[in-house]
Structure formats: C-alpha cells, structure tokens
Ligand binder design. Sequence first.
Ligand code: AMP
Length: 493
Amino acid sequence: MCGIIGIIGTPNAAKESYLGLMMLQHRGQDSAGILAYDKNTHTFSLEKNLGHISSAISEQKIQEIPAASALGHTRYSTIGKALLKDIQPLHINYPFGIGMVHNGNIVNTEEVSKKLIAENQRFLFTNNDLELMMNILAEGLIAGKTDFNFDKIKTAVQSLYQEIQGGYSSLTLLAGKGMLAFKDPNGIRPMVWGKRELTLEEKEKNQSSLQFAYAFASESNALQLLGYENIQELAAGEIIFIEENGKVHQAQLGENRPRPCMFEWIYFANADSKIWNKSVYQLRLKFGQALASSIQATEAQFDIVVPVPDTSRPSAIALSENLNIPYREVLIKNRYAQRTFILNSQKDRDKMIKLKLSVVKEEVAGKNILLVDDSIVRGTTSKRIIKLLKQNGAASVSIASTCPPIISPCFYGIDFPTPQELVASGKSLKELALAIDADHVFYMDIEKFKSLFEELNTCMACVDKDYPTQTNHLDTMINKRVQHEPSHLSGIY
Ligand code: AMP
C-alpha cells in the first residue's frame, strides 16, 4: 500500500504536496518522493529517498521549488526489497515529460513486461510495477496520428485498462499539458479529489487567469488539511484530466464495478478520513458494536476491554460500551522506539518488545482480558501481546478481531503473504487460539461485516477468496511474495 498526492494550479504545488504527503505517512514508510514541474522554465525537480518523508525529502528544497504542479508518493513495498531505484515518482521523457505515481499492485507484470520488450523495445530499469504502467500509458499517447487532446488520453487509458490487471489508483504529470488521474475499473484503491479558489497572492504569482487549484490524494484527510473543498471519491474506472490552463475533463471509462478494499476501513486508512464517502472512524465504531453482539451471544465474561494500539481504539471503545465492560488502555506504546536490527538474540528481541510496548501491570494482574485488534495476519502481534499480558499476571486473555479471518493473500497492494504464513488459514478457532496462546478467539461475522458497508460491494478476497480480477497470474504473485522481505512484518514489531 502507498500514499499518493497530486496538486495542480497553485505556485505552492511542491510545498502543498509535501504537507499533504505528511498526512499520508501511515500509508507507507519505506521511501518517499516528490516530483515538481515548473511550466515557466519547463523543468522537473525530483526529491526522493528511502525512509520517512521528513528524512527522505528536504523540506527546505521543496519550499524553494516554484512549481505549479507536483506529485508526491510514500511507499509501502509489498514486492521486492525497498530499493533506491524503485522509489516513486518515476519519470520518462518520451513522447514528452511524464512523471507518475500509483497506489496498488499489478498482477500480470510478467506478461506486460514481456510484451513491452517484444513489441515496443521498452526495457525496464526498476522492479516497480509502476514502470510498466507508465510505459504502457506512454505507448498509448504515441499511438495514432491525432494531436494531443483528451480523446487521445482516454484512448491511452482505455488500452491500459485492457493490458493491465490489478488494483491501482494513479496520478500522472504530463509536462506542459496537465495532470491525469485514474482508478482501475474495480476502484480497489482509494483516491479523492477536490478544488479550492486561489488566493490573490497565488493569482498574482501565476500571472494567468487561473481561478482554482485542484488536488488529488489517497485519503481525504490530506486535502482537508490543505483547504480543498468539495472532496469526492473518484469512481471505479473514472479518469480526470486537469489542463495546465485549469480546464477540467472527466470521463467514465470501463465498467464502473467498484470493489473497494475493505482493509482500508479496518486498518489502513487514517481514522479522520472518509473512504468512498464513509467515515473510517464511524465504521470502526460500528465494527465494535457488531463484534459486541456476537460476543454477547456466547455469554463469555470479561473484566476489561483492552485495545491493541492504535487502530483498534474506536472499535474497542464501542465494544466496551455495548458489553458494559470497562475500557482500559493498559498497553502503552513508546512513540520514540524505532525498529532496530542490531538486536540479534531472542533475549534482545524480547527486550525490544518491552521497549516498544509496556504494560500497566496494576490494571492487568488477575483480570480476564478481552483484547481487541483490527486483524490477525501472521499472528505475531497477538501472540506477543497475549504473552506480555500473561507475564504481567492476567488471569486469561481472549482476543476479538474486527476483521474476519484472513485466509488468502492480497494481490492488490496489502502485504498479506502466502496462505502458509496466514495464521488463520486452515485452522479452526480452537487451533488458532492454541497457536497464539489465546483463551478464546472471536471474529467479526462475515455477513454482519458485509452489511455494515451498506451499498458498497467491497473487495474482501483475503477473507472470501472472491478476487475481482482474473486469477490466472496469482501463482506467480505468490512466488514473488515468498522472495519479498517486508520492512513492516506486523503492526507493532
Ligand atoms: P500480525 O502480527 O501479522 O498478525 O499482524 C496483525 C497486526 O499488524 C495488527 O495489530 C494490525 O494492526 C497490524 N497490521 C495489519 N496489517 C498490516 C500490514 N499490512 N502492515 C503492517 N501492519 C499491519
């Protein structure tokens, strides 16, 4: 998963991209980059590096870039190692300057790269699937004899939809022309857009008749911070092109069969965002209420409800209110402890866990605890936390997960690995409880879960194996997963 942002129309485009990107840091911490285009000098500026945004990009340099359009990206790698050459934005120079970012994953990469080499002699420099997309788009913009116009863009994106399978929301900066945004025909990954009136100062600096600036981002919280209004989700298969002169073109390509990823609301998106117009925080409250009614039916008894920080807080609060059991934040996260690789022995690693997460022993000793987490993926987090609570004297520790059992890999941008690594895969509830040392495991009921999304037909292939794209490439993807070394093995550790 990744965070993307694009700004066009304001002379502060680079600065705004940086600020907006900061609101998307939670979507990826492996690397970050900003590409800005100055239409007066016809030059691109690119700042990118490994690590968090504040260390990867020089804020001062960004402040000084006089660009009227810019793209930003923060990366969470799901395939391959986090390498310098793979950092987005990527760019090419033919048929004209093109810079690009995306959030998502392409599933038929082998097929597309073979075709690009055989038919177009386009050789690849990175392991990033965005490079394939960018080259396919570039080929589409070259094809035919017509001049550059919106029809030409539509045809290029249409053929990209035919060639490329997967889940992707993407932004493209076309030098001297404008900014293009599109989502795959299933709309799996989120992206919103908004506009705001330019200030007098901005209008003077622009020296043009532009009235508005436009912005696109993975999540609404970024656009809210920057003061953009009328924030709307792009439809599945929708494309928007904003010309440098401010003219807006919009078209619905493809079938518009939205299957937004449910894991955005479960874990990924920030609680202050709206995804597909549904508040992430409010849906997390509803997850807690729904879980409470399932647990109530079992007549299990608990002394306290404890959230695994931070995502599960709203759900744990709603669950505690509905079960009438006290809510206690007894797991204290150390905000300043960074991941470290110099701790080699198990003893060292145990110390690290304690450094990252400490326990309020006085509230835990002798208690029957209901732990609430958003998900159980490999089971590492829950197993370690349950052990920690028991070491601190808990009488029993059960766990409730707002996400139904994750049993199948995700191929659209979330690091849910091979079935063998998914701890719930192939296990009964009792076997799972045994594997993570829990007294009981409670899951959100799948049908109840689906109903909470109302009219949205979300993608929950990781839970029900109903993949929205063709599945003939998925074995190759699983093999790539086996070779992948994620830097974010699980939430806290
Ligand atoms: P695990 O420890 O593998 O079972 O992962 C579950 C924990 O990691 C939960 O506490 C989640 O909040 C968090 N989490 C879930 N999905 C991801 C992900 N894709 N990347 C990082 N953390 C995650």
